[in-house]
Design a protein around this ligand. Structure first.
Ligand SMILES: C[S@@+](CC[C@H](N)C(=O)[O-])C[C@H]1O[C@@H](n2cnc3c(N)ncnc32)[C@H](O)[C@@H]1O
Length: 287
């Protein structure tokens, strides 16, 4: 399984050690997704930088966006830098909505639209999931949610102890189990009957646990069907210099989740963690 790790992305870490960051703060970076489509983005500490997983999700969008997808409404939840909403616009979709709970992210995403297109077409909203989004039904809904679970009290103390001005918020990467569960509860109302929701799940979020609770809540017949589309394996990343500083506490937390069967990952002979990124599609049952 470890052979699935992609070592071939220039400018990205080639091992579990991502301390050699290719970009300084407030620096431009360029992401290429396939079919000639790329985006220029600015890295700022408060906004989630597009990760290898986000790059994979973008490539999947390029591969699967047919004319119907491009001519229909598209919603990017937890848009962060705006990457997937902007990519959809590059592909020719003119019906795009994007939302994030972080105001900094939305401001940054708006800036990115102007850098990449010079005019404004995407409807951006600061919103907790669907709450602040004016339109109610979408043909395609994309969500690359926070990939780690709710932190334990001891990890939360560690996270607070290193909290400094200008770093990515804890909610950009933690509380994924809670956010994905709420997202699945609200999704059926917002997904059009012939549409699909594309979700990128990190195996450290506890996919088995989330899906089991999803089934239990609906007595074994959840309102939406789902299938695993593709799976990628990546070395553990820390996403910010501050989180790297507490890498031991993070690894202990992940071990604890694994022991309780609340997360899944591979461990090599050196004890390095390799997590799985799983692109899953949800859709209404076919009648
Ligand atoms: C892992 S980052 C992904 C960012 C971007 N979509 C990407 O792929 O690079 C998760 C994003 O979800 C946002 N988020 C977390 N909880 C949310 C919520 N309840 N509602 C909306 N966005 C949320 C975070 O602010 C963050 O930008």
């Amino acid at each position: 399984m470890l052979g699935l790790i992609d070592h071939g992305v220039p400018g990205w870490p080639h091992s579990a050690d991502d301390s050699i960051h290719p970009y300084n703060q407030d620096e431009m970076y360029k992401m290429y997704f396939g079919l000639g489509q790329s985006l220029e983005l600015i890295h700022t500490a408060q906004v989630f930088k597009v990760s290898l997983a986000g790059l994979r999700l973008g490539s999947y969008l390029v591969r699967t966006s047919d004319q119907l997808t491009l001519n229909s409404s598209f919603l990017d939840i937890g848009t962060g830098s705006g990457v997937h909403a902007l990519l959809m616009r590059k592909l020719g979709n003119n019906h795009i909505t994007a939302a994030d709970i972080s105001k900094n992210s939305i401001n940054q995403a708006k800036k990115h639209e102007l850098i990449n297109f010079t005019d404004k077409k995407i409807s951006f909203h600061v919103s907790d999931l669907f709450e602040g989004i004016p339109k109610d039904k979408f043909h395609t809904i994309l969500f690359n949610p926070p990939g780690w679970r709710t932190p334990s009290n001891s990890l939360l103390d560690e996270l607070k102890s290193i909290k400094q001005q200008g770093q990515i918020p804890i909610r950009a990467m933690f509380y994924g189990d809670d956010v994905v569960t709420r997202f699945l509860d609200e999704l059926p109302v917002h997904l059009s009957t012939t549409g699909r929701a594309i979700i990128g799940l990190n195996s450290l979020v506890g996919i088995r646990d989330i899906l089991q609770r999803y089934h239990e809540k609906h007595q074994g017949v959840p309102p939406l069907s789902y299938k695993l589309i593709e799976r990628h394996t990546f070395p553990l990343l820390y996403y910010s210099a501050q989180w790297r500083m507490i890498s031991h506490a993070l690894k202990d937390e992940f071990k604890d989740w694994l022991k309780k069967d609340l997360a899944a990952y591979s461990i090599d002979q050196h004890g390095e963690i390799y997590w799985s990124y799983e692109i899953v599609e949800f859709f209404h049952h076919k009648t």
